[in-house]
Design a protein around this ligand. Sequence first.
Ligand code: NDP
Length: 283
Amino acid sequence: MPLNFLSLLTGCFAYPAAENPTVAMVEAAYRHHGLDARYINCEVPAEKLGDAVLGARAMGWAGFNCSLPHKVGVIDHLDGLGQSAEIMGAVNCAVRRGERYIGENTDGKGFLSSLAGVVEPRGKRVVMFGAGGAARAIGVELALAGAKSVTIVNRGRERGETLARLLGDKTPAGASFERWEGPYRVPAEADIVVNATSIGLYPGIDDRLAIALDSLRPGLVVADVIPNPPRTHLVRDAEARGCIVLDGLGMLVNQGVIGIKYWTGVDVDPRVMQAKLAALFAA
Ligand code: NDP
């Protein structure tokens, strides 16, 4: 076989970029699977995003992630959108298909993969705290996957109502909004509870959701998006009450698995990425 010194290129455009551990996680998977591919973490300010995408096109990148603040702005520089990215109006993963770069959103898909290990969302009633970017991604994917209803519980009325309206208008799921005032009681008929707020994220690790803990019944699925630290108060409280618990590391790892599948066609082992992140967060 002739020698080949041309690697498949992928990466991420964000600003700031230095604290994003995705490069370490993805390259651990590339190495483990012997993939001749690189992932380049790039700090790109908003006014240079168009140039960065042109650069990726010129160099034939297989695709790239987009993180804050580019998830909406990048759409103007792409050639089309996948179904859920179109509904969300946000892209975190661009994928080269032929000569075209198509915007996908793997955040909610990563969440669904994680959830698939414990429950099938079809027909389920979901209570979700939060109405920001993560909530939008998770809400849309849960609704497209057949969830019966999604109740958005949010502190701010406007964002909460906007997300409930989006789900009601653009997906088959029932959607409603409840203003989050004081400790929230999870209704007895709920099947899945999701924290999609930033409460509990480092450095605010002692912050807690205002939630009536005695409404978390055994067998309820409780999922947290916070990857750092993964063992949030919510995760520990829900575990102590006999709930089935998912932490935010699973979502982060699975969105990486899905991105790599898009770019390389290879199903990588999530455990390799999980171990890399766990080692990084423990250091
Ligand atoms: P946004 O800033 O878009 O949204 C934040 C949400 O949290 C809003 O709904 C906001 O409510 C709510 N919130 C924040 N602080 C409080 C508080 N003190 N009390 C009540 N509500 C609060 O953030 P994102 O949606 O982009 O990200 C949210 C979290 O998701 C982040 O911590 C991020 O790390 C995590 N995430 C994890 C991923 C993973 O792979 N595990 C992937 C993507 C994100 P309001 O509207 O009232 O301001």
